[in-house]
Ligand binder design. Sequence first.
Ligand code: 3HC
Length: 333
Amino acid sequence: MYAQALDQKDKAPSVVEDPEHLARFEARCAAEEKIEPKDWMPEGYRRTLIRQISQHAHSEIIGMQPEGNWVTRAPSLRRKAVLLAKIQDEGGHGLYLYSAAETLGISREELYEQLLSGRAKYSSIFNYPTLTWADMGAVGWLVDGAAIMNQIALCRCSYGPYARAMIRICKEESFHQRQGYEIMLTLAKGTPAQKEMAQDALNRWWWPCLMMFGPPDAVSEHSQESMRWKIKRFSNDALRQKFIDATVPQGHYLGLTFPDPDLKFNEATGHWEIGAIDWSEFKRVLSGDGPCNRQRMRHRRQVEADGAWVRDAARAHAEKRAAREAAAKIAAE
Ligand code: 3HC
């Protein structure tokens, strides 16, 4: 997430929509109808979806990097196979999501260009390093746990292709979350050094995971409109609270301590309450100055350049095949 991403909001002029079309569209959203690619939609709805779905796709693709860091060092063949499968799933999620974004009239090339030029965002969480094996546990348990909390709601999003893509993604994310928790459980029940490693991972990942849900509702610029259009079903703070309530007991079961002296259960509300989130850290990461922003983008650009010959070869092969088929068709006539 580079600095310029913050300044490069969609600067396209706002479009004056036909009031009748708009009223019908708003009524369809209110009636929980699915909006499909060929249906009329306001330009703002289309732009919001492209922004959100592409940010989501980029997150899946960049999110492969922190885990890729541990493939060669996974502690057993089983762990390596599981980790590889999980990373492959993330790549698949990115591809479904790019396809969903393409139904809104933007090309794959344009989406990639937005990521590589730093104009598009990806999730803040993937700008943190994975320092020990326990981070593979914490990423699965907490990062995928947070992702799934947000994404279950997206299965009911008003835009059909996005909602349908999320169903399979959520099934796979659920496996990812469990495999992460199982790693944490193994470490937490292991030697004191292993438990310490699990605790250290929780200490480093807890707060950044809470930031994944986005800024507080009071300053979330897109929430109100996205909720009216049924793109978002819950606000950022509501999902963050759901995640906290689900995750704190899981951490306690592991015998771990959350890095928050103010964490307490409120008997009256039935919710866990947390201390203040350091939003200045979130802003720093979004502006391109997180621990790994530069490294993540450098790696992504390098991979894109390294893969150019594969794309060229595939294109040449497809052209050759099409020419051969066309020639065979003419010969047969
Ligand atoms: N990281 C980076 N940017 C973030 C962010 C985060 N964690 N949270 C919010 N932002 C950005 C928004 O994109 C927006 O910036 P923009 O106007 O330049 O696009 C700005 O901060 C204001 O935030 P809003 O709350 O107004 O933005 P949204 O209404 O879009 O809500 C969201 C943010 C909740 C992340 C929403 O976009 C969403 O639900 N996205 C889909 C899910 C997603 O992208 N998840 C990312 C993680 S995927 C993942 O973890 C992969 C898995 O395999 C682990």
